[in-house]
Design a protein around this ligand. Structure first.
Ligand code: NI
Length: 403
């Protein structure tokens, strides 16, 4: 199992994507129309610093999140926030400040600041807009993400099973209905080259244009030729978009949101995942019994408030396993939601430390909450859990993955 802790930090900056030694036409093809912004254009960025390492059993923490805010925050403030990146930050004097390169630079700047702790900076993720984000990994790998939206009608049915089975599997979704879909395409390289773009603007633009043309405002079961003989489920649709993109551009994976809180992912030709979000509200207090009151106050700060505090925690549960091509399903959606609901129920509207048994002996840190939740959900979903995320606030995220 792999545990990561992620801290979110915002900044705003301007940038220009333009390589002087290239022709205007070349810049336009690689960077798109924003290359013409002579004095730069702006973005509100969100950076995520993702750490991994062992959890200290005495305090329940992989890393003190306050330290990430402090140390990474200083780098962000001094070198990125409210800057014209090309001129104010020397790292971008001959490297275009794309989302990938900003993620890479943040990793290069921030990783060495944590040489004194057991945790390591596994990745930096940078979101520059709802349509575009990038990740740089400690091993030099990089990812570029492109989001696009489409609205479409469908009947959730499989042409390979009879009417009764369709009704049993999909209930009212077998009637014609619609969704606003949001899809994320992820392109990956094992070695991010700061001088070359992972995906050129002209390639992704053509690809997204073709996808929208094929899917937007269509009745998927009838008007999309490639879907006529397939089940029309979220899983199958994710797989279909994966195949369509892969035929044009080398793609690593796709995530397809049918709703904000429900998505399918397709990795490779046969690997499908299903994920859903579910919140729970609870009170808690960070306090380690092995430490003195003064030590607790210093370590946990305001989270050590004797009377407690609380959060609207958000969970994201992702399951994998056998995708059934005949029915187009990976897991029964209703049973999936019920499994998570039952797992969260004992914590709903409770004080985690005082009213549950899970945190009698360990502090209720995000690390310990996600670790306590894993077996509760996994045992209810047939041991098919592959990834479990917990947002304590929008800024602090804890992720456990099956390795
Ligand atoms: Ni808290």
């Amino acid at each position: 199992m792999l545990l990561t802790v992620s801290k979110r930090i915002e900044f705003s900056a301007s940038r220009r994507l333009h390589v002087d030694s290239w022709s205007d036409a070349e810049n336009l093809a690689v960077f798109g129309p924003e290359t013409n912004a002579r004095h730069g254009t702006g973005r509100n960025y969100v950076a995520y610093f993702v750490f991994t390492g062992p959890v200290d059993p005495s305090n329940g923490m992989l890393i003190n999140i306050g330290e990430i805010k402090e140390r990474a925050g200083k780098i962000v403030r001094e070198r990125f926030d409210h800057k014209f990146l090309n001129k104010d930050n020397p790292s971008f004097c001959d490297v275009p400040p794309t989302a990938e390169n900003i993620a890479r630079q943040l990793h290069l700047d921030v990783a060495p600041l944590f040489s004194d702790v057991d945790a390591t900076l596994a990745a930096c993720h940078v979101s520059e807009s709802p349509e575009r984000s990038a990740t740089f990994y400690f091993d030099g790998g990089g990812e570029a993400n492109y989001w696009f939206e489409f609205s479409a009608a469908r009947k959730t049915v499989s042409p390979h099973v009879n009417k009764e089975e369709n009704a049993r599997l999909f209930g009212r979704a077998t009637s014609i209905h619609g969704h606003n879909y949001r899809a994320r395409l992820t392109f990956r390289t094992e070695r991010l080259d700061a001088k070359a773009l992972l995906v050129r603007h002209d390639a992704i633009d053509a690809c997204l244009h073709a996808l929208r043309d094929e899917l937007n405002h269509r009745y998927l079961n009838q008007e999309v030729v490639g879907l006529r003989d397939r089940p029309v489920t979220t899983e199958s649709l994710a797989g279909y978009i994966y195949e369509r993109v892969k035929a044009a551009v080398s793609l690593h994976r796709i995530r397809l949101h049918e709703r904000e809180d429900f998505f399918a992912e397709a990795w490779g030709d046969k690997i499908i995942f299903l994920g859903t979000w579910m919140p729970f509200n609870a009170a808690h207090r960070l306090h380690a019994t092995a430490l003195s009151d003064a030590e607790n106050a210093k370590l946990y700060g305001k989270c050590n408030n004797p009377l407690g505090h609380g959060h609207r925690y958000l969970t994201e549960t992702t399951v994998g396993g056998e995708y059934d091509k005949r029915s187009g399903t990976l897991y029964d959606f209703v049973a999936f939601r019920k499994a998570i609901e039952e797992s969260l129920k004992p914590w709903q509207n409770r004080h985690l430390d005082l009213e549950t048994n899970d945190f009698r002996d360990v502090p209720s840190t995000g690390e310990n909450i996600v670790r306590a939740l894993w077996p509760k959900i996994d045992n209810r979903v047939n041991q098919q859990l592959v990834r479990l995320r917990l947002w304590e606030t929008a800024n602090n995220r804890f992720t456990l993955r099956r390795t």
